[in-house]
Design a protein around this ligand. Sequence first.
Ligand SMILES: [Zn+2]
Length: 63
Amino acid sequence: MKDPLFRTDRVVAPERCPACASPAIVTTAKHPDSESYWRCTACGEVWNVSRRQPERQEVRGWR
Ligand SMILES: [Zn+2]
């Protein structure tokens, strides 16, 4: 039995583009999660939520 609340990687939908800070972002996913890709309609930036964890400076070397 899987408990969705037990997931450690809680994903919050981004509010702004990480590149230009525009709120004009869209996702192709109906239910955005860590696998979802987001696109900025202002500058064209495309990113994946799971690869854009907010400022986890303790974890390096993921590149
Ligand atoms: Zn942008």
